[in-house]
Design a protein around this ligand. Structure first.
Ligand code: MRU
Length: 356
C-alpha cells in the first residue's frame, strides 16, 4: 500500500521544507526545496502544496523558515519577533478560504509567547520547529481517526467524491479519501467515482493518482456528469472534504461541491463531509461570512495550458463554494460524526472532543 507524502521537513531549525510539486502530478514527481518564506508562500498560492490541512502544516514550517531568515540577517531578539509576526501574516494570507492555514500559523506563534523576550532567533526557530512537527504528526493521527469513524458510517456501494482529500492534501491518509481507503482496507469493495474537479483537475490528476497507487478502482468523470450518474442510482454516498466549516455547519469546499450536494439531495443520496476540528471556524455562523478565494482567469481559459476559449472572453473563477448545513447528512471528524448537522451538535462534539 503506497501512501504519497506531500511535504517533509529536512534537517533541524536551520533546515528546509521539501514540497512535492502537485502542479506537475501525475506526469512528473518533483520536489521543491524551500529555504525561505517567499518560496513557501509562492508554493501555497500556486497550489504546489494544497489541501486545507497540508497548507496549514506548510504554514507552520514556513514560520521556522522565517526564524531562520531572522537568524541569517543577524536580527536582535526584538527585531526577530517583529519579523516573525510580519511573515506569519504573509503566510496566513497566502490563501484566504481554508482556515487551517491561519489556525496552524497562529498556533505556532502562540508557543513563542511563553518564551523569554531575549531569546535569539535560532532558539525561537527550534521551538517553532517542534510545534510545526507536532501539528504535522497530529494531522496524521486525525486522518486515521477520521478514516475509522467514516468507514463505520459509509454505506455499502460505490462512492462519489470531489477534488482531492487524500494524503496529498494532509499530513496523513487524508480526510474524505481516508474514509474511502480505510473502508477498502477493511475489506469493503466498491468503485470510487472522482469528479475531475475543474479548473485545476485535482480529482483527475491527484485523487485518481492516489487511488490507482492503492489499487482501488477509480472512474474519473467530468464534473457535469455527476447529476446523470446520481440519477442512475449507482452511487451509495457522496463524500468530500472541507476548507472551512462554520459554527452552524455551513461548509466551504472546492468549487462544485455545492452543486454536488444539491444533486445528491435531489436524488436522495447521502452527502458527507469529512474534516478535522482544525477546519472549523466557530467565530462565524453563516457560510456567507467565509471569504471565497477568486483565482486567475487563466486557470479557466487555459486549462492545462491549452486555450479553451477565444481571446477576449472573461472568466469567473471562484475556487470554493459553500454548501449549506441542511444539505449535509453528517460531518465526520476525528471525534466521531456530527449528525444532524446543527449548531448544538457541532458545539457538543467539538467541545467534548477538543484537546487543549
Ligand atoms: O484548492 P485546493 O486544491 O487546495 O482545494 C482543496 C479542497 O477543496 C479540499 O477538498 C479541502 O482542502 C480538504 S483537503 C483534506
Amino acid at each position: 500500500m503506497t501512501r504519497p507524502v506531500s511535504l517533509r521537513w529536512a534537517g533541524d531549525q536551520a533546515g528546509a521544507l521539501d514540497l512535492l510539486d502537485q502542479t506537475l502530478l501525475p506526469s512528473r514527481i518533483e520536489w521543491i526545496h524551500c529555504t525561505d518564506v517567499d518560496q513557501v508562500v509562492e508554493a501555497i498560492k500556486s497550489l504546489r502544496v494544497r489541501g486545507a490541512p497540508a497548507i496549514g502544516i506548510a504554514g507552520g514550517y514556513g514560520l521556522v523558515l522565517a526564524a531562520a531568515e531572522a537568524a541569517r540577517d543577524g536580527l536582535t531578539p526584538e527585531a526577530a519577533r517583529a519579523h516573525l509576526l510580519a511573515r506569519a501574516e504573509t503566510l496566513a494570507c497566502a490563501r484566504p478560504t481554508a482556515v487551517n492555514l491561519r489556525w496552524a500559523v497562529e498556533r505556532c506563534l502562540a508557543v513563542l509567547s511563553g518564551l523569554a523576550a531575549d531569546l535569539p532567533a535560532s532558539m525561537l526557530g527550534a521551538t517553532l520547529l517542534a510545534e510545526a512537527r507536532t501539528i504535522h504528526q497530529e494531522d496524521g493521527r486525525l486522518c486515521a481517526a477520521i478514516g475509522r469513524h467514516g468507514a463505520a458510517v459509509l454505506p455499502a456501494g460505490d462512492i462519489l467524491t470531489h477534488c482531492n482529500t487524500g494524503a496529498l492534501a494532509t499530513g496523513g491518509d487524508g480526510t474524505a479519501l481516508a474514509v474511502i481507503t480505510t473502508a477498502w482496507d477493511q475489506g469493503r469493495r466498491f468503485r470510487v467515482f472522482a469528479d475531475e474537479t475543474r479548473p485545476l483537475f485535482q480529482g483527475a490528476r491527484l485523487t485518481a493518482w492516489e487511488l490507482v497507487q492503492r489499487g482501488i478502482p477509480v472512474t474519473v468523470l467530468v464534473d457535469a456528469a455527476a447529476g446523470h450518474l446520481l440519477k442512475t442510482g449507482r452511487i451509495a454516498a457522496c463524500i468530500v472534504g472541507a476548507d472551512r466549516i462554520t459554527a452552524s455547519g455551513d461548509t466551504a469546499n472546492k468549487i462544485g461541491t455545492y452543486s454536488l450536494a444539491v444533486l445528491a439531495a435531489a436524488h436522495g443520496v447521502p452527502f458527507f463531509v469529512a474534516a478535522p476540528s482544525s477546519t472549523f471556524d466557530l467565530s462565524i455562523d453563516s457560510g456567507d461570512e467565509i471569504p471565497i478565494e477568486q483565482r486567475s482567469a487563466a486557470e479557466v481559459l487555459w486549462p492545462l495550458g491549452v486555450a479553451a476559449a477565444p481571446d477576449g472572453a472573461e472568466a469567473y473563477n471562484p475556487a470554493f463554494d459553500v454548501t449549506p448545513a441542511r444539505l449535509i447528512r453528517g460531518i465526520i471528524t476525528e471525534h466521531g460524526m456530527i449528525e444532524p448537522v446543527t449548531r448544538e451538535r457541532i458545539a457538543e462534539l467539538l467541545g467534548r472532543g477538543r484537546v487543549g
